[in-house]
Design a protein. Structure first.
Length: 565
């Protein structure tokens, strides 16, 4: 680690260094253990950045292990999606890809060992009865009537559970710990349940599946994990994690569990169950809908993975759950894109502008800067002609105070082109302006007047004859409330009905013809946009260019910070 890093270590890195200094471990080895029952979201990005970052800081190793112990909810689609998301973020597990299902046989044998030691038993109570017998936070639990079965009977029943003799829910294997423990997780937790379901990797080889609290510490130990980093809700599970490893007694230096706090984003939910409800209910268009907090959605929307990693680093590591303003994530994305994206012209709500004194049929090429902060990116040529499109909001027939754009009799600058003055308008039958007529000053090519006169308004534009048709999708917060789950029975009541606005008939400059999926641009004066995968390539039967709004130009987080300072 660098000197600057060692002066600002978080509590996890402090613990790691203590373990290395004391000789508890002579290396660092972490893992990320997602369940393949959904796609990764922004909270997972934080967990990945911590587990990978700790391993990287100390020259250690990093595993990816799928916790695939519930075949009812798991799919290969999610496995593939999770791997794609992690690689996209810039993390690499190299050749260390594992599955809990890799260890099913070992997990079974270890359960048999616990039975033989008198530390596990087969219970016939139903799930509801187990819950009732467990007690409450203020009252101890009571022992199952099956708790004192003999070792021989437990071994026989457990073997028959594996052989498929019993239906789902008929029996479970429980650890024998302490039904009076103040920690509910230690009150004889379930280790195995019967589940006759096809597994995405092992097929129908198994009909009993281990529970997470049992399989997780063993999987960590088998892989040689030193530090099992997990979120704060597992703090109360740590005694059980340690109990499993200590009672098996098979590892000289078993892994150490350390918990860190989760964070939540305003206007967002990240529960997989709730995200799945949004998807299955048709409230969004899939897991990668750009309004979703999933990494696949952020990739599709145009978020750079580097910006997400900066966001995770800036949020830091804490022991207290925290709500983060989503405007800060926007700020990190905007800051990255400002450096990354070339500038282009895009007119989202077109209004035709006709320059009456410009020669018909004439086309000029105007030189436009690709990136004002990076002259080495050079310039591009923009076709300019008699008929253009400007943004409808850039014209007002009866301008209000402080409106400095185009209005009757007013002169404005067309960026990189000429100064023009509005002379007339054309309206449709309803009275709506559908065309604006102007004259231009030929002496102002490039946008500056030789006599030094100043104009306050500068408009972006595209040539009507050369513009490329596009669809643009504008996004707002998916939920109207900062905390969608606060003081409501159902978070769905806070869905924002205006979270998506689809604009058709948009016009973008000709240089964007054939832009590749995933390409990012700043539309001048509009925001940052990314070419969506719904775009059809040039020459296709249904040619179309679709852009997702990534983030606006307005930085509300910067304004919040400025007010606080």
């Amino acid at each position: 680690m660098t000197e600057s890093e060692t002066t600002s270590k978080d509590f996890i890195r402090e613990a790691v260094e203590e373990d290395l200094a004391s000789g508890r471990y002579d290396r660092v080895h972490t893992r990320f253990p997602p369940e393949p029952n959904g796609y990764l979201h922004i909270g997972h990005a934080k967990a990945i950045s911590i587990t990978y970052g700790v391993a990287e800081d100390y020259g250690g190793l990093y595993n990816l292990r799928f916790d695939d112990t519930n075949p009812v909810k798991e799919e290969t689609e999610y496995v593939d999606g999770i791997m794609e998301d992690i690689h996209w973020l810039g993390f690499d597990w190299e050749d260390r890809l594992f599955y809990t299902s890799d260890y099913f046989e070992q997990l079974y044998e270890y359960a048999v060992l616990l039975i033989k030691k008198g530390l596990a038993y087969v219970d016939d109570l139903s799930a509801d009865e187990i819950r009732e017998y467990r007690g409450t936070l203020t009252e101890p639990g009571k022992s199952s009537p099956y708790r004192d079965r003999s070792v021989e009977e437990n071994l026989d029943l457990f073997a028959r559970m594996r052989a498929g003799e019993f239906p789902d829910g008929a029996r479970v294997l429980r650890a024998k710990i302490d039904m009076a423990s103040p920690n509910m997780n230690m009150r004889d937790p379930v280790m195995y349940r019967i589940l006759h379901a096809e597994h995405h990797r092992t097929g129908d080889a198994w009909c009993i599946y281990p529970m997470y609290d049992y399989s997780h510490p063993i999987s960590d130990a088998i892989e040689g994990i030193t530090h099992s980093l997990c979120s704060l809700e597992y703090e109360d599970h740590r005694p059980l994690y340690n109990w499993v490893l200590e009672e098996l007694g098979l590892w000289e230096s078993p892994p150490r569990q350390i918990e860190f706090a989760r964070y939540s984003l305003t206007h967002t939910v990240v529960s997989k169950r709730k995200l799945l409800r949004l998807v299955n209910g048709g409230h969004v268009n899939g897991w990668d809908d750009p309004r979703m907090p999933t990494l696949s959605a952020m990739r599709r929307r145009g978020y750079p993975p580097e910006a997400i990693r900066v966001f995770c680093d800036e949020v830091g590591v804490s022991k207290t759950n925290t709500a983060i303003d989503i405007a800060f994530l926007d700020h990190c994305v905007r800051d990255d894109l400002n450096q990354r994206c070339n500038r282009v012209m895009g007119v989202l709500r077109p209004l035709k502008l006709v320059i009456d004194n410009y020669p018909e049929g004439q086309v000029e090429e105007m030189e436009a800067i690709n990136h004002p902060l990076d002259p080495e990116r050079g310039t591009r040529k923009l076709p300019f002609s008699r008929e253009l499109y400007i943004e409808r909001d850039d014209f007002m027939e009866e301008p209000v105070k402080k409106f400095y754009r185009l209005a009757p009799g007013r002169e404005v600058r067309l960026r990189y082109a000429y100064l023009v003055t509005c002379t007339d308008v054309v309206k449709d039958a309803s009275g709506e302006v559908i065309q604006v007529h102007c004259t231009y000053d030929p002496a102002t090519r490039g946008g500056d007047a030789p006599d030094g006169r100043k104009v306050k308004g500068t408009l972006h534009w595209v040539s009507a004859a050369h513009a490329v048709d596009a669809e643009v999708r504008l996004y707002d917060r998916l939920f109207v409330n900062e905390n969608p789950e606060e003081d409501v029975e159902d978070f769905m009541v806070n869905l924002n009905p205006d979270s998506l606005e689809v604009l058709t008939g948009c016009k973008v400059e000709s240089s964007l013809a054939g832009a590749a999926t995933g390409s990012r641009y700043q539309f001048e004066r509009q925001g940052y946009f990314c070419v969506d995968l719904d775009s059809a390539s040039l020459g296709s039967e249904e040619e179309r260019l679709v852009f997702n709004e990534t983030v606006s130009l307005r930085d509300s987080w910067a304004k919040i910070q400025a007010r606080q300072e």
